[in-house]
Design a protein around this ligand. Structure first.
Ligand code: KG4
Ligand code: ZN
Length: 323
């Protein structure tokens, strides 16, 4: 089965082909440079960029791969309405012209299924942890296509906090990898308070405020690395506490990490330590598959098609679609 995946939920445009569950080719174009000057993603600008980029990317894919496709998989939510609608419109056009099936994909499910690009199916019950610029979610993944969202942030996502603090520090959007790089030369750590919240729910705006307070006390750029380390430790330790709680409550067998922030080495190490402590398996995609990409959409479309799920041309986009 050959699946063409399309991703346009935020500021990355991607198209990929998966054949019988293996990634064959993938192209993507990031809008980071365009949004940098605004300090974050401007929805209207993002839509226009997708509009400009989709067809050229599709032409590149057609040059690389000429076999007939069977299914078009497209992200239909959650995400920016304008961006989602452009990807969906493009996907419907391909489905019509090629006379193939279409399947709508949930972006968060795709982040979890990105693990299938490099690993195997996890052992259930699995704990899915999605950490990105728009989401921080804890998902109980208890069977093939069976997900339950059990914890999420009630305000800022972890990536959002990192990007906002990064802006204060004069780091351009998105700030995650630069903040991680800075922290690698830290000689100490500026401690930032951690999340104190019962249950699986999370809130990171308090950490953001505490971090800004600490940042304003800094008088020299020499302290930036220690600050960057303190910020990440605060955010990721808070998340780790929740992860441990779910492991203890649900007899979890494996952890799957996904989303742009999952590229972060400090977070990966913390989760690895937890897995060692509890004797669990761990799957984290390579950094390129943690960030938004179409390969994860194609593999998710493949998985859904195997499960007998498909849509028709009345498929609509769902900006607030929950997993
Ligand atoms: O999944 P993604 O590509 O897009 C969304 O769906 O949001 O995630 C982007 C987020 C940004 O907030 C970016 O700063 C963060 O991922 N990020 C990182 C790292 N690389 C990207 N955060 C921390 N450490 C990194 N190495
Ligand atoms: Zn994402």
């Amino acid at each position: 089965m050959i699946v063409l995946g399309i991703e346009t939920s935020c500021d990355d445009t991607g198209i990929a082909v998966v054949k019988d569950g293996s990634l064959i080719c993938e192209v993507r174009s990031t809008q980071e440079e365009v949004h940098k000057k605004f300090g974050g993603v401007v929805p209207e600008v993002a839509s226009r960029e997708h509009f400009k980029t989709l067809l050229p990317l599709y032409e590149i894919i057609k040059e690389k791969f000429s076999e007939k496709i069977d299914v078009v998989a497209v992200t239909v939510g959650p995400g920016l309405p304008g961006s989602l609608s452009l990807g969906l419109c493009f996907a419907k056009t391909i489905a019509l012209c090629e006379n193939v099936k279409i399947v709508g994909v949930n972006h968060l499910e795709a982040h979890l299924l990105a693990c299938l690009l490099e690993y195997r199916y996890p052992k259930f019950p699995t704990l899915g942890v999605i950490v990105s610029g728009g989401h921080t979610e804890i998902i109980l993944w208890s069977g093939w296509g069976v997900y339950e969202r059990i914890g999420w942030t009630v305000d800022d996502a972890i990536g959002e906090v990192i990007d906002k603090i990064g802006r204060e520090m004069g780091i351009s959007y998105p700030a995650g990898s630069e903040i991680e790089r800075l922290s690698q030369s830290a000689k100490g750590e500026i401690k930032i308070s951690r999340l104190k919240m019962e249950g699986y729910m999370m809130s990171f705006s308090g950490i953001k405020t505490a971090a800004l307070r600490e940042f304003r006390k800094i008088s020299s750029k020499e302290d930036y690395p220690s600050f960057a380390l303190g910020l990440q430790n605060s955010l990721f330790s808070s998340l780790s506490t929740k992860i441990e709680k779910v492991i203890e409550d649900y007899q979890i067998k494996e952890i799957v990490l996904g989303g742009g922030v999952a590229a972060n080495g400090i977070l990966r190490n913390k989760v690895e330590e937890i897995c060692k402590k509890y004797g669990l398996g761990m799957m984290v995609p390579s950094p390129k598959f943690c960030a938004d990409n179409a390969a994860m959409v194609a593999i998710c479309g493949y998985d859904k098609t195997l499960r007998g799920i498909s849509d028709d041309l009345s498929l609509d986009y769902r900006p607030d679609w929950k997993i």
